[in-house]
Each structure stands twice: as C-alpha cells, then as structure tokens.
Design a protein around this ligand. Structure first.
Ligand SMILES: Nc1ncnc2c1ncn2[C@@H]1O[C@H](COP(=O)(O)OP(=O)(O)O)[C@@H](O)[C@H]1O
Ligand SMILES: [Mg+2]
Length: 383
C-alpha cells in the first residue's frame, strides 16, 4: 500500500509574521502553501486543492469574509478556518453562518491550532472520499440498471424469436409438402419435358434440401429454447448415454460401424438437468462422429468416468478429424463443413446446454486420425 500523502494546508494572510509562523508550525505534518491575498489563494485553491484553508479576516483588498464567499463558489468541501483578531468575534460568527468551518483567535495557541487543522483536514478528506464513493456507487448502480434493461430486452427478443421459429414451421411444412407433390408431378411428366427434365429435377432437389435444412435448424433452435419452460429433473447420466447408443445402434449396424459404450457412473452419476437437452447434446456428438467415420472401419467409443462429484465423458472416433483451420470455429453457430446437410448448430447448442449445467465441452482432433470430444459435468451429491 502506498502511504497517504500529507494533507495540504493553504494559509492566506497579508502579514508576513503570522504567515511564516503558521508555515513553521504546520510544515512537519502538512504540505503548507502560503499566500498574501485572496486572489493568489483562489488560484492556489484551483491548482492544489488544499484540505484546509487558514484565512485571515482583515486584509487589504478583498477581506476574509468576501474571500470565503469566493472560495465556496469554487470548493464546497475544503475546510475554511478563519483567523480573527481581538474584537472581531462577531464577524467570525457571521462567517460561520456563511460557510466557514471554524475560527481561531489571534494570537493562536500552537497546540490548539495543530489539533484544529488536523481535525479539519481529516474531515475534508473523509468528505471527499465519501463524495467519490457516492459517485462511484451511483455510476455502478446506473451500469447495473442499464445491464438489466439490456438483459430484459434480450430475454424478450429470445422469447419472441422462439415463438417466431415455432410459427415458421407451419408454412415451412406446407411448402415442403407442395415441393414433394411437385416432385411426384415431375416424375410423371418426364417424357413431356424432354431434356429440360434433369435441370428442373435438380432445381427442385435444391429447393427441397434447403427447406429441409431450414426445418432442421428450426428443430434444433426449438429444442434449445424449450429449456426455459421445461422443468429440471434428476437425470442418470448412464441412462442418457444408453439411450443415445440405442438410438444410433441400427445405423451403426447397417453401416458396419463399431459403437462401444464404457460407462461407470458408479452409485451416483446423477445430475439435475433437462433430460431431452442432455440427450440431444450427447446425441449431437455421436451424430457428428457418425458423419466423420467410414463405413466398415468406423469406431465410435463413448467412455464415462465419475469421481469426486464430477463426470467426464469422452466421445472418440477414428474418422476424418478436423482441419486445424476449422478447429477454432466448430463451436460457432452456423459453422458447418457439411454444406446443405449441416446446420452448424449442433456443437454450439451442445456447449450452451452443458455450460448451463456447469459443464464444459472441449475437443481434441488429429486430421486423418480421429476426434475426441470431452464433456465434464458436475454431479449431484449422493442422496
Ligand atoms: N467428430 C467429428 N469429426 C470431424 N469433424 C467434426 C466432428 N464433430 C464436429 N465436426 C466439425 O464441426 C462442424 C460443426 O459441427 P456441428 O455444430 O455439429 O454442425 P453440423 O454437424 O451441422 O455441421 C462440423 O461441420 C464438422 O466440420
Ligand atoms: Mg452436428
């Protein structure tokens, strides 16, 4: 901690004698400035911001009482102590009414002078510190209010977007239905259309793929946004992983892909989460692995280990791996290398869902060798 610099005292007195004796008396404890008139005092006040001003009442030019008014226009906090000669008591009391903090009679008593200056210097510092803190608190409060307003706005936008995505699905399904009808029509009119037919069929396939993509994206967004309404429940991690494996088992069998689940969630292995969200998050990891591995030789290994109320789940594959230039982007929304077949939302949403439960999702990948996604999730204490 840096030591606090000494308090500053400004002496305004036209007479050299008292000015100098005050300087000598105070200089050991304070940083002392001395001037001979109010005008010079006001300049110094603005440059040095003293904590205490010792102001002589009787001075040629501007006297102490008028000087006090000018000082208060510049600084409401600095302590102003008036130095009064014999018989000027009433003037001094008038000065207190006008904003002086105290008065000391000349000739002054050294002990009393030191004690009074000390006390007022401390008071000014406390007052200034208090003002600063109040200003800081006010600014902080405003910042929090702004942040809250922004969050409320975002929450509203989020709610509205979820409704919007939901409403979008009806017209989307209708359009997809008509595209399918058009496809059927097209197949029947192959002969009439002649060489044009292939182009037209290709156009229609393109439309259909893009519409399917819109539908897949809206499904994923809805699954994600639903978490705000679905209640949290106690979920057994092992069960969720077994469900994921059961869902993709037929595809693996058909494509000759080895799918292994090694699971030791122990007697605990439970966490508070939204079951479907968790299922989708792990499902997305396994579906990505399925996209990356080759038929016949593909291996997907899922391993779950629990200790110290923490689960670690690894989903490893021996697929294509991820190019180093893609790696920094795979968790970004809409980043996909799968063209029309991808939405780029799977990993983004999985990471959000896991983070919401205090978990993490990281990746380790070697192009040509395979990819491992690692999930960590905090577990509930055993009941
Ligand atoms: N197991 C994996 N092996 C190789 N690449 C992967 C794997 N998982 C994810 N990726 C890469 O990350 C990208 C983003 O994945 P994701 O967010 O699930 O979107 P999508 O699967 O729709 O493309 C993928 O397009 C792919 O390039
Ligand atoms: Mg995916």
């Amino acid at each position: 901690m840096t030591p606090t610099p000494p308090a500053k005292v400004l002496v305004i007195d036209d007479e050299l004698g008292p000015r100098e004796s005050l300087r000598i008396l105070l200089k050991n404890e304070f940083q002392v400035f001395t001037v001979a008139d109010v005008a010079a005092g006001l300049r110094l006040l603005q440059e040095q911001h003293p904590d205490v001003i010792l102001l002589d009442i009787r001075m040629p030019g501007m006297n102490g009482i008028d000087g006090l008014t000018e000082i208060r226009k510049l600084d409401t906090d600095v302590a102003v102590l008036l130095l009064t000669g014999y018989g000027a008591l009433e003037t001094a009391q008038e000065a207190i009414r006008r904003g002086a903090n105290d008065y000391l009679k000349k000739p002054f008593d050294a002990h009393e002078m030191l004690a009074t200056v000390r006390q007022h210097a401390q008071r000014t510092r406390l007052l200034r510190r208090h003002r600063e803190t109040t200003a800081e608190l006010r600014a902080l409060n405003q910042q929090l209010l702004d942040e809250l307003a922004r969050k409320n706005h975002l929450a509203q936008v989020g709610q509205k977007s979820a409704e919007f995505v939901h409403d979008l699905r009806s017209p989307l399904t209708a359009v997809l239905g008509y595209v399918e009808l058009l496809g059927n029509e097209l197949r029947h009119s192959k002969d009439q259309l002649g060489p044009q037919w292939h182009d037209t069929a290709e156009f229609l396939r393109n439309i259909e793929q893009n519409l399917e993509r819109c539908r897949a994206m809206s499904t994923q967004w809805l699954q994600y946004s639903r978490r705000t309404v679905q209640p949290l429940q106690t979920v057994a991690l092992g069960e969720v992983l077994r469900e994921v494996v059961a869902a993709v088992r037929p595809t693996c069998l058909a494509r000759g892909i080895a799918l292994e689940l090694e699971c030791d969630p122990g007697p605990g292995g439970q966490l508070t989460a939204e079951h479907d969200q968790l299922l989708n998050a792990f499902g997305n990891l396994v579906l990505n692995a399925l996209d990356a591995v080759a038929d016949g030789t593909g291996v997907i290994h899922i391993r779950c280990v629990c200790h110290d109320l923490q689960a670690e789940i690894r989903v490893a594959d021996n697929g294509t791996g991820i190019a180093p230039e893609h790696l920094p982007h795979i968790f970004e929304p809409y980043f996909t290398t799968k063209g029309e077949a991808g939405t780029g939302l799977g990993l983004f949403i999985a990471r959000q869902v896991l983070a919401d439960r205090g978990g993490t999702l990281t990746v380790d990948s070697r192009p040509g060798a395979g990819t491992t996604f690692t999930v960590t999730l905090p577990l509930n204490a055993a009941p």
